[in-house]
Unconditional design. Structure first.
Length: 466
């Protein structure tokens, strides 16, 4: 893999994207790094998108893409879904922000309670990070304990508590500007039940928070047996179990991962799909815990026991209208099954291309998500190209690595040049509007992207297309 290969791809990309280059140059003058989310970085610059419809979107240079970033996983129903768009349009003409309550809040909360096994009451927020932060505050208030136990590699938001145990080395904070919170945040490796039980045995843990589908939206798959063991261990220790269903919520099943796996947490955090593609999130749980957020007539209790929570846009009418429409669609279960079937077809197609081209790598995932692992020649077991079962055999850190640099950057450019958008080049989500034709076209474009990598010299030992 040579530096010349990267230069060739960057040159082609820059020549094809002059308006995106100009948009990034302008943004970089007033936005640090020219981006507002670390995962949107692309070298030499990201595409600047202008329109979206169904499973496709286009950029300012008029290039079309089959979209698998899908709003960072929030667009289970694709771009500009008719029913969600109609709900937004209708609400725009009535009320965007009242600076107070609206009837839509209760309807939105009822939609959550109606399909989520653990939900009796709901408190709305505006993002997944806000939701996880609030859930931790609720857990500490409910238990009278201060320590949060995280699972290494799991992403539970970008707030300070989420920055311990996120990136290796796990005994260090994962961002500058984060204070040492090791006294109140502990972490154990996914699957290490003895370590988790030992951490819980001290009776200091307020809650265990985790992504029920596995670290980083399933990069390290997590199964029902593990979740059931954690559920039992937290009950015995008097600690709460928090499911971070920001991505899996309403996507794996109508009731999220907890319905899919049959494991009920104490608190659940939602975002992304809950608002139909608009900003929005929520914390849900049993009434006895959630009512810690409610005011009482006892001022002393309010001061010492109540969980304080505010937020200008919480439960706003526009997000609520979109969310009600989206959850009405999600409640049937059909969109989730359609998206999962399309993802099965995509993973099989990607693996077929990897095998045909003799590229060391494989696609894997569960339900409507997919991930790619690609490696240097000889790094994976020989003859296993395109073998999804490798996900159960490789070390966790190798799965988290996905595609190492510089191959990841090279693949990212090749995918974009061929009209495919994968998140960070190595993962993404499928919507219920990705039909067979779109999936087959995406597989063909992936093959073309690998052809570009072979031609440029970015990968070696691969076969040319038949």
């Amino acid at each position: 893999m040579t530096s010349a290969a990267g230069e060739l791809l960057r040159k082609r990309y820059a020549e094809a994207m002059p308006r995106s280059a100009e948009a990034h140059k302008r943004a970089s003058q007033v936005i640090p790094g020219g981006i507002n989310h670390d995962a949107r970085r692309v070298s030499p610059f990201p595409p600047s998108f202008s329109r979206g419809s169904g499973c496709r979107k286009s950029d300012v240079d008029a290039h079309g893409y089959i979209d698998f970033v899908m709003g960072h996983g929030s667009l289970l129903f694709g771009h500009d879904h008719r029913a969600i768009r109609a709900a937004i349009d209708a609400q725009l003409s009535d009320l965007v922000h009242a600076g107070g309550c609206s009837p839509l809040e209760a309807r939105w909360a009822e939609a959550v309670v109606g399909i989520v096994p653990s939900a009796e009451q709901v408190r709305f927020v505006m993002s997944g990070t806000e939701g996880t932060q609030l859930s931790l505050r609720i857990a500490r208030a409910a238990t009278g304990r201060n320590v949060i136990l995280r699972i290494t590699g799991h992403f539970n938001g970008w707030h300070d508590y989420g920055m311990f145990g996120l990136f290796a080395p796990y005994d260090q904070v994962s961002s500058a500007g984060v204070p040492d919170l090791s006294a109140v945040v502990a972490h154990v490796a996914q699957g290490d039940m003895p370590a988790l039980q030992a951490a819980l045995s001290g009776k200091e843990i307020a809650a265990v928070i985790l992504e029920p589908e596995g670290a980083r939206a399933g990069a390290i798959p997590m199964g029902g047996e593990t979740l059931r063991a954690i559920r039992q261990a937290t009950k015995e220790a008097g600690s709460l179990l928090i499911f971070d269903e920001v991505i899996s919520g309403f996507r794996m099943a109508p009731g999220g991962a907890q319905e899919y796996f049959g494991v009920t947490p104490d608190l659940t955090v939602f975002a992304k799909a809950i608002a139909g593609g608009l900003p929005g999130g929520a914390v849900a749980g049993p009434r006895a815990i959630m009512e810690l957020l409610a005011h009482r007539t006892d001022s002393s209790w309010n001061r010492r026991n109540r969980v304080v929570h505010t937020g200008t846009w919480n439960g706003n009418p526009l997000s609520a209208a979109a969310g009600i429409a989206a959850l009405g669609l999600a409640a049937t279960g059909r969109p989730q099954d359609e998206a999962a079937r399309a993802a099965d077809r995509l993973r099989a197609g990607l693996n077929g291309v990897l095998r045909a081209r003799n590229v060391d790598g494989f696609a894997y995932g569960r339900r409507s998500s997919f991930r790619l692992v690609m490696a240097g020649e000889g790094e994976l077991p020989p003859g296993r190209q395109g073998d999804e079962t490798l996900a159960s055999e490789l070390p966790s850190e190798r799965l988290l690595a996905g595609i190492r640099e510089p191959l990841r950057s090279h693949l990212h450019l090749a995918l974009l040049l061929n009209g495919l958008d994968f998140m960070l080049a190595d993962h993404g989500w499928v919507s219920c509007v990705h039909d067979d034709d779109a999936i087959d076209e995406a597989v063909s474009r992936f093959d073309d992207a690998l052809s570009d990598l072979v031609t440029s010299g970015a990968i070696e030992g691969a076969r040319e297309s038949h």
